[in-house]
Design a protein around this ligand. Structure first.
Ligand code: ZN
Ligand code: ZN
Length: 218
């Protein structure tokens, strides 16, 4: 229906989606400031850069209270790129990593990984350090706006230019861990290398010499 458009998830796959993408008619916006605009910082109030809507309860989000993670996740999904990463299927490499590390191993990797990638005050080409595939942690970072210091700044109110404090890292880690828990069943459900459901039921090839070999039909 023209007046009730559905969001087209296929049009915005993880590899193609950018943090400036929006599809405002279906309620998926882009809240990053338009840094190309002169004096953007003076007028920027967290509105959608495309349609101008002020939708996010920034006071709530920027409290950085992990006990309100459900509320924060709800706010995050008003932004198109976050929505995509909350719902996109995991790529094969991400599923293989999860299968190899297991739930605990994957969880244990989050904090040291974030510390290395987004912790330092100075990051070479900030905004490009988190790939859009290859690990469920990457998915979690894009979903929760902990992918780079620019996103962390406008979403979570943590300014750039300093090493993240322990408490700030704890919070970012908490968001990614909550994301992983929310999607753990999906992440672990499908073994890597299996792309079609029917493949799960394909019998393994018979070894020659096996006695239960099918007799040719006449
Ligand atoms: Zn918008
Ligand atoms: Zn980012």
């Amino acid at each position: 229906m023209a007046d009730d458009p559905e969001f087209d998830q296929q049009a915005f796959t993880p590899l193609k989606v950018k943090c400036t993408d929006s599809d405002c008619e279906t309620g998926h916006h882009a809240f990053s400031p338009n840094r190309k605009k002169k004096n953007w910082a003076k007028s920027y109030e967290g509105e959608c850069r495309e349609c101008g809507v002020k939708l996010i309860d920034w006071d709530r989000v920027k409290q950085r209270d992990i006990r309100d993670v459900e509320g924060v996740f709800g706010e995050l999904q008003h932004e198109l790129i976050r929505h995509v990463f909350f719902h996109a299927p995991f790529d094969e490499k991400a599923r293989a990593e999860a299968a190899k590390l297991g739930r605990q191993g994957l969880r244990a990797k989050v904090r040291p990984y974030l510390e290395k990638k987004i912790g330092p005050a100075k990051i070479w080409r900030d905004g490009t350090q988190t790939p859009k595939e290859g690990s469920a942690i990457h998915f979690g970072q894009h979903a929760t706006a902990t992918c780079c210091r620019k996103c962390i700044e406008y979403w979570h109110g943590i300014p750039r230019g300093h090493d993240l404090t322990s408490a700030e890292l704890d919070y970012c880690t908490g968001l990614v861990l909550a994301y992983l828990e929310q999607r753990m069943a999906v992440l672990m459900a499908q073994p890597p290398g299996v792309s079609k459901e029917t493949d799960l039921f394909t019998p393994s090839p018979k070894i020659s010499g096996e006695t239960d070999r099918l007799e040719p039909t006449v």
